[in-house]
Design a protein around this ligand. Structure first.
Ligand code: BTN
Length: 320
């Protein structure tokens, strides 16, 4: 029904149509019309509404349809098989299922909205309709499982490059997988592995970039720690951003396959916003403070403390 209302508004774009007209045309109550319009507005449709005049569609959000993505692709493998969904629980879940069924390397799953977007340590990841680029990429790298955490670093470098390219030049990487702008989180990356002790079957690289999220979309406790292109005052095309992301990932992935991870680690260091900072680390078994001094060749964070250098393989970092 919501789609029918939308189609009706699109047919009458930039004209006012009354709630009565829509309800008669579609055979639903005016309250139902109003409720659907409210959801469309939440989804980024700009619809003017006045009691006497009715509703007028002014602007529709840019959607990431398969065809639209294909038209702008400049990659050879990454993104050449696209699975597009309006709404999923998590693109990583859909991608895992497809990978288990044999989907080829480079397959991407893109959604307008995630109802159960996931972050590290089973945290949830807010992914409202058309307010970000939420996608997962299937890769089948020929690397030992031990090296998979470095793929997250690769993703972080690719995303930082893409975000800079689209106007946010002051973004930086926070170990291991966040991109921050002026200290607030703009991107999350969740890399998941399927394989045995010896072999990687596939990895799912899940990336979420906040584009249109505003303060109203965020719960109070996230308002001071989460940002987006919109909150930073930069307009971005989600399609163009996705295409840049895919291009940067593919470029770095080719570099790694050819030259190993050293060039990625070097660029990660250059893009880091936390090396040299005083941090508090909360890992599985302890919490301690020190200075983040470097990452090692495996992508672990090195933190200098009065007792010596701690090697952090997993944990939460708070910059003090
Ligand atoms: C984090 O912040 O800890 C990681 C967040 C990763 C979010 C992305 S959005 C696309 C993909 N699908 C998910 O459920 N998670 C990742």
């Amino acid at each position: 029904m919501r789609q029918d209302i939308l189609d009706f508004l699109i047919q009458h774009k930039d004209e006012f149509v009354s709630g009565q007209q829509i309800s008669e045309q579609l055979g639903i109550s005016r309250t139902a019309v109003w409720k659907h319009i409210r959801v469309l507005k939440q989804r980024g449709y700009v619809i003017e509404s006045y009691t006497k005049k009715g509703y007028c569609l002014r602007e529709a959000p840019e959607l990431l349809s398969e065809q639209a993505i294909e038209e702008g692709l400049s990659t050879k493998v990454v993104g050449h098989h696209i699975v597009y969904r309006e709404r999923v629980d998590s693109t990583n879940n859909v991608a895992k299922k497809l990978a288990d069924e044999g989907a080829p390397e480079g397959t991407i799953v893109v959604a307008e909205e995630q109802t159960g977007g996931r972050g590290r340590i089973n945290r949830s990841f807010l992914s409202p309709f058309a307010k970000g680029v939420w996608f997962s990429l299937i890769l089948r790298p020929n690397i030992p499982p031990m090296e998979v955490s470095k793929m997250t670093l690769l993703a972080a470098v690719a995303v930082a490059r893409a975000i800079r390219h689209h106007g946010l030049t002051d973004c930086g990487i926070k170990w291991p997988n966040d991109i921050l702008v002026k200290g607030r989180k703009m991107v999350g990356i969740l890399t998941e592995l399927n394989g045995s002790a010896e072999k990687v079957n596939y990895i799912i690289m899940g990336i979420g970039v906040n584009t249109g999220i505003t303060a109203e979309d965020l719960p109070k406790d996230l308002q001071s720690i989460v940002t987006s292109f919109a909150r930073e005052g930069v307009r971005v095309s989600r399609l163009a951003l996705l295409e840049t992301l895919l291009k940067e990932i593919e470029g770095l992935y080719q570099t790694v396959c050819r030259d190993g991870f050293a060039p990625v680690l070097a660029e990660w260091r250059a893009l880091s916003c936390m090396l040299g900072q005083d941090v508090t680390v909360t890992s599985i078994d302890k919490t301690f403070s020190g200075k983040a001094v470097d990452i090692d060749e495996n992508g672990n964070l090195l933190v200098a403390t009065p007792e010596g250098v701690e090697v952090v393989m997993a944990g939460d970092i708070h910059v003090r």
